[in-house]
Design a protein around this ligand. Structure first.
Ligand code: ATP
Ligand code: MG
Ligand code: MG
Ligand code: MG
Length: 469
C-alpha cells in the first residue's frame, strides 16, 4: 500500500528528478499578505515571485504546502465530515515554473506522474479545460491520448484563475478521478457534479495573461505554471478507498478517538469522529504556527474550529476534555514531515485542554437551550436569529456550531436575524459609551469598528472576498 507519507515523498522526488528545487512548507499565517487569513494554496508563498516582486528561489520548485480553508474566500468548513473530499487542513502538493516551462511540459509532467509513477488507470481519469483554451484541449489529446468526451470544456470562473483584479491570471485545467458508478455524482460540468464520484485531484494553472481591473490587458512575456494536488485526495485514490477519512493517516486518528470515547466511527457517530480528526489537525497546526484562540480574526477562526470539534466530542459522550488527548496520535502520524508539530506539542495540548475545559462550562447549558428552542421544530424549520445570537453571546457558540448542530435534523438558522441581533448589540454598546460621556477617542473606536466591520465576523461571514483580519 502507498502510505500518505510515501505519496508525499514520491511527488517531491518526481519533481526533484525533473529539475525542481524542493522547498519546505511555509507557515499557515501568510507573511506576505495581510489580507489573507491563512495560506490556502501552494502558490501563496510564491505570490511575490509570480508578480515579479521577488526573485524566484529557482526556475522550478516543488512543495507540499499545508493549507487551511476555514475562513475567507475558500471556506470548506461546513463540508467537513459530510463530503468524502473536503478537509479544513490539507496538504497541497505543487510544482511551480517561474517563467520556465509552460503548458505542454506541465501537462506532460502531470500525466507522467499520475499514470506512470502512481500507475493510475487512464480510463478512469478525465480532465477539464477552460472553454476557450484550445491549446490545452489539443495538448491533452496529444500527450494523454484522451478522447474528446473526457476533455471537458468549462466556461465558469472555476476554470480561470486570477491572483486578484490586478495581476497574473490564466486558464486552469483540473484532473478528475472517477471513483466508480456505485458512488453518487456526475462528471464536472454536469448538474450532479457536486457528488463524490468524480473527484478533482489536481489543478493546473497556466498563468499566461496580465489583468487590470479584471480585464485582460496582455500576455505575460514569460508565462508560469502553478499546480496543486490534494495529498489526501490522491492518497484516497491510491489506497483504493473512496473517502479521505478512510486513508491511513486519518484511520490512526479515528482509531485514537474511538478508543478514548469507547465508541465506533459508524452510523450517527461517524461524522463526529471525522470532524474531530479533521479539526484536530487544523487546530494543532494553527497553534503550532502561532495562532491562539481569541474572539477576533484568525484566533476566532481557530476557536470556531475547536469548539465545533468539542461539541462533537460531547456528542460522543466524552465526559472529560478529549482533543488534547489525541495530540500524540497526530504527532506520531505527521510529526516527521512537520517538525513544528512535535516542537509545539506541549503548547498544543495545553491550549486545547484549556479551551475545552472552559467551553464545557457553557456547552451543556447552551445545548439545553437549543433543545428547548427546537423541541417542536421539524425538518425545514428555522431557528430564530435571536436564539442563535443568544447562544453565541451567552454560551460561546460560534454561529456555525449552531448550524452544524441543527444540520442532522434539517433545521436552518436565520442568518439575517443573527446579524441583526449582533448589530443591535453593537448599537446598544455604542449608546452606552455615549451615555457615560465616553471620551472622543472611544467614539472614534466605534466608528472604526463599524466602518471596518467587526473582526468577529471575519472568520465566517465573508464568503466572497477574503475575510479581513
Ligand atoms: P473542489 O472543487 O473539489 O472544492 P478546488 O477547485 O476548490 O477543489 P483548488 O483550489 O483547485 O481546489 O486546490 C487544488 C487541489 O487541492 C484540488 O484539486 C484538491 O485536490 C485539493 N483540495 C482543495 N480543497 C480541498 C479541501 N478542502 N480538502 C482537501 N483537498 C482539497
Ligand atoms: Mg473548493
Ligand atoms: Mg474545483
Ligand atoms: Mg480546482
Amino acid at each position: 500500500m502507498h502510505s500518505t507519507n510515501d505519496i508525499r515523498r514520491t511527488f517531491l522526488d518526481y519533481f526533484a528528478a525533473n529539475g525542481h528545487a524542493v522547498r519546505p512548507s511555509a507557515p499557515l499565517v501568510p507573511y506576505n499578505d495581510p489580507s489573507l487569513m491563512f495560506v490556502n494554496a501552494g502558490m501563496v508563498p510564491f505570490k511575490n515571485v509570480f508578480t515579479g516582486l521577488e526573485t524566484p528561489p529557482a526556475p522550478r520548485a516543488t512543495t507540499s504546502q499545508k493549507c487551511v480553508r476555514a475562513g475567507g474566500k475558500h471556506n470548506d468548513l461546513d463540508n467537513v465530515g459530510y463530503t468524502a473530499r473536503h478537509l479544513t487542513l490539507f496538504e497541497m502538493l505543487g510544482n511551480f515554473s517561474f517563467g520556465d516551462y509552460f503548458k505542454e511540459r506541465a501537462i506532460e509532467l502531470a500525466w507522467g506522474l499520475v499514470t506512470g509513477e502512481f500507475g493510475l488507470d487512464p480510463e478512469r481519469l478525465l480532465v477539464t479545460v477552460y472553454h476557450t483554451d484550445d491549446e490545452a484541449f489539443d495538448l491533452w489529446r496529444k500527450i494523454a491520448g484522451l478522447p474528446d468526451d473526457r476533455i471537458i470544456r468549462i466556461a465558469s470562473k472555476d476554470n480561470f484563475w486570477a491572483m486578484g483584479s490586478d495581476g497574473p491570471c490564466g486558464p486552469c485545467s483540473e484532473i478528475f478521478w472517477d471513483h466508480g458508478p456505485e458512488i453518487a455524482g456526475g462528471p464536472p460540468g454536469s448538474p450532479e457534479e457536486d457528488g463524490d464520484r468524480f473527484v478533482e485531484i489536481w489543478n493546473l494553472v497556466f498563468m499566461q495573461h496580465m489583468q487590470e481591473n479584471d480585464q485582460i490587458i496582455g500576455d505575460l512575456p514569460r508565462p508560469s505554471i502553478d499546480t496543486g494536488m490534494g495529498l489526501e485526495r490522491i492518497s484516497t485514490v491510491l489506497q483504493g478507498v473512496h473517502n479521505v477519512f478512510d486513508t491511513d493517516s486519518f484511520l490512526e486518528l479515528i482509531q485514537a478517538s474511538e478508543e478514548l470515547t469507547r465508541t465506533k466511527a459508524e452510523g450517527e457517530q461517524q461524522a463526529s469522529h471525522r470532524v474531530i480528526a479533521d479539526h484536530l489537525r487544523s487546530t494543532s497546526f494553527l497553534i503550532a504556527d502561532g495562532v491562539l484562540p481569541s474572539n477576533e480574526g484568525r484566533g476566532y477562526v481557530l476557536r470556531r474550529i475547536m469548539r465545533r470539534a468539542m461539541r462533537h466530542a460531547h456528542l460522543l459522550g466524552a465526559k472529560e476534555p478529549l482533543m488534547h488527548r489525541l495530540v500524540p496520535a497526530l504527532v506520531g502520524e505527521m510529526g516527521a514531515a512537520y517538525p513544528e508539530l512535535p516542537r509545539a506539542q506541549a503548547l498544543i495540548s495545553e491550549v486545547l485542554e484549556r479551551e475545552e475545559t472552559r467551553f464545557r462550562q457553557t456547552l451543556d447549558k447552551g445545548l439545553r437551550l437549543l433543545d428547548e428552542a427546537t423541541d417542536d421544530m421539524g425538518e425545514g424549520a428555522r431557528l430564530p436569529g435571536e436564539t442563535a445570537f443568544k447562544l453565541y453571546d451567552t454560551y460561546g457558540f460560534p454561529y456555525d456550531l449552531t448550524v452544524d448542530a441543527l444540520r442532522p435534523r434539517g433545521i436552518e438558522v436565520d442568518r439575517a436575524g443573527f446579524d441583526e441581533a449582533m448589530a443591535q448589540q453593537k448599537a446598544a454598546a455604542r449608546a452606552a459609551w455615549k451615555g457615560s460621556g465616553a471620551a472622543a477617542d472611544q467614539e472614534l473606536w466605534f466608528d472604526i469598528a463599524e466602518r471596518e466591520g467587526s473582526t468577529e465576523f471575519t472568520g465566517y461571514a465573508s464568503t466572497e472576498g477574503e475575510g479581513r483580519v
